[in-house]
Design a protein. Structure first.
Length: 221
């Protein structure tokens, strides 16, 4: 039933896009780069990749994927990964609906529905992404990321980013997992590097684990 609902929703979006394409000639697609980042901390290594692209032949549709791999220096049992992939449909500039999946080393694949808001300028970026996981638990999750990177010179920028997630159960509102991440440093051309801090909270009791280190990220293409 849930898979049928997702297929029906995507079919409606496709039909809407075909109708709009008959009367409107969209401007050329300008896709943001793929961002990959590594953080080396006192606890271990965190790798993250973010892909956000629009389809050239159907620019109202896009793809959003986020993947992470975590490795601990001393506790291999805490190694893990998580990944999500979503098809997005832009309703108006900056605002889209989305549907896709989420999976991790702890939880099997789960379908999800959500919304996506993106606002971008040369030195400022913000992304808001609330979503609902369609499974027996029914978690609700909110994601936020903001960047501020004003120019220092033609090649150098100040770089800062905050990123956060808060996830709780729809039935009862019990806390599942949440985190905040902070990055401060410098940007040079397509690279950024500096100091990093991760602040994580687990379970209903919000058990806290923090890590600190350095990061480097690069805009690939």
């Amino acid at each position: 039933m849930r898979i049928t609902f997702l297929i029906t929703l995507v079919s409606i979006f496709i039909a809407m896009d075909v109708v709009n394409a008959q009367d409107i000639h969209p401007p050329p697609v300008q896709n943001p780069p793929v961002i990959v980042e590594g953080m080396f901390s006192d606890k271990g290594l965190l790798f993250q990749a973010v892909v956000q692209k629009k389809f050239v032949s159907a620019p109202k549709f896009g793809f959003l994927a986020v993947s992470e791999a975590i490795g601990q220096w001393d506790d291999k049992e805490q190694d893990g990964y998580q990944a999500q992939g979503n098809i997005t449909y832009e309703l108006t500039k900056g605002f889209s609906l989305m549907g896709g999946f989420h999976m991790s080393s702890e939880i099997s694949i789960r379908p999800a529905l959500g919304a996506l808001y993106v606002y971008s300028k040369e030195d400022f970026f913000i992304m808001l992404n609330p979503r609902y996981y369609i499974d027996d638990i029914g978690n609700i999750e909110g994601f936020m990321m903001g960047e501020y990177k004003p120019k220092i010179s033609d090649k150098w920028r100040f770089y800062s980013r905050v990123q956060g997630v808060y996830c709780f159960t729809a039935d009862g509102g019990a806390h599942n997992i949440s985190y905040a991440r902070a990055r401060v440093g410098l940007g040079y051309k397509e690279f950024a590097f500096g100091v990093a801090g991760n602040f994580e909270f687990y379970g209903p009791k919000k058990i806290n684990e923090n890590s600190f280190g350095v990061f480097i990220n690069v805009a690939l293409f």
